[in-house]
Ligand binder design. Structure first.
Ligand code: BV8
Ligand code: ZN
Length: 282
């Protein structure tokens, strides 16, 4: 695995179907805690133990407090230089400034919506640009501001803060000894359509990620896969880079620390992606 930026930029310029698989490290500089490491703990719970249908069924009040806490931090967050570098790269791809008829797609595991907000801002500054034919961003684990009914499948995009009165203020209760205040199910967010209990519109462990058929097609034709800010521990996202490589494509990892499988990558740029990515894509 090389850290030669010139060599990487040579590959970037000659690649035609570029993918980026991003994780929580992309939003770390925006102040959003990651899943593992210090960010992975909320009160005395391990974040991933709460991101399951079983946890929600057993204790919807606790799981909603966890997602309310993350909604509130996402609402305060702004895109960072790494988001902007990816959005500018999408624009360059729209303008065909890369290799002729090349494509660039960001597949994000993050549910904070910051990549979409950032791309919208960049495209707004260039209103005369052709709108992207295919989506530039695939949010494969859903969006934290989507609120989905547990009964009638009604989904609403809501940035309400707080999302319901009973959750208001609970985002402050994050230290370890906080007792999980028990909010009655009746006071949790309810469906505007049928009044049933709602859940965050994200993909939990054991649930099928979004956009898998389109992602599989993109992986098949990709000749360069960037992997940004992810421990590469959660599947199927963690498997895409190896698949691109097995089909003859190249892989470049941009991560703060070493991550699963990075020893097989063609390029490895260790450091904060808000510094390495603008340099690499600039
Ligand atoms: C599915 C949304 C099947 C919710 C999330 C055994 C083996 C293999 C697989 C499995 C298995 N047992 C179960 C599975 C499947 C399971 C899985 O992979 N489990 C793992 C734990 C083994 N996967 C699933 O269940 C998936 N679904 O397989 O469905 C199916 C198929 C068809 C039909 C029905 C079912 C669904 C997984 C999605 C779960 N939802 N998130 C929410 O957000 O609350 S997962 C969540 O954690 C994230 O979305 C992300 O995907 C995942 C990993 O997090 P990362 O993004 O990587 O973050 P992490 O903190 O781990 O790492 C951050 C990295 O950034 C670090 O490396 C750090 O060094 C770096 N960093 C930090 N700061 C910076 C930085 N890098 C650069 N710059 C910085 N500044
Ligand atoms: Zn409903």
């Amino acid at each position: 695995m090389s850290a030669d930026m010139d060599a990487f930029q040579g590959v970037l310029k000659s690649s035609k179907n570029i993918l980026c698989v991003a994780g929580a490290g992309l939003s770390a500089a925006s102040g959003i805690p990651t899943f593992r490491g210090a960010g992975g703990l909320w009160r005395k719970h391990n974040a991933t133990s709460l991101a399951t249908p079983k946890a929600f069924k057993a204790n919807p009040s606790l799981v909603w407090q966890f997602y309310h806490y993350r909604r509130e931090s996402a609402l305060k967050a702004e895109p960072n230089a790494a988001h902007r570098a990816l959005a500018q790269f999408s624009l360059a791809s729209i303008r065909q400034n890369l290799a002729p008829d090349s494509t660039f797609t960001l597949i994000t595991q993050n549910v904070d919506g910051l990549s979409a907000v950032c791309l919208e801002e960049v495209l707004k500054q260039h209103p005369d640009e052709p709108q992207p034919a295919q989506p530039y961003i695939l949010e494969m684990h859903g969006r934290i501001f989507d609120v989905k009914c547990t009964k009638c499948e009604h989904v609403e995009f809501s940035k309400a803060s707080p999302i319901c009165d009973a959750l208001g203020g609970t985002e402050k209760l994050i230290d370890r000894q906080t007792a999980d205040s028990d909010i009655s199910v009746a006071d949790l967010p309810r469906c505007a359509n049928c009044g049933s209990l709602t859940r965050p519109g994200v993909v939990w462990f054991g649930e099928r990620p979004f956009h898998m058929p389109s992602i599989d097609k993109l992986v098949e034709k990709s000749d360069l896969c960037l992997v940004v800010g992810t421990s590469s521990t959660v599947y199927p996202a963690a498997g895409y880079a190896a698949e691109v490589q097995s089909l003859g494509g190249k892989v470049a990892v941009f991560n703060l620390d070493r991550s699963d499988g990075d020893e097989d990558s063609d390029f490895l740029f260790l450091g904060p992606c808000e510094e390495t990515l603008p340099r690499a894509l600039g």
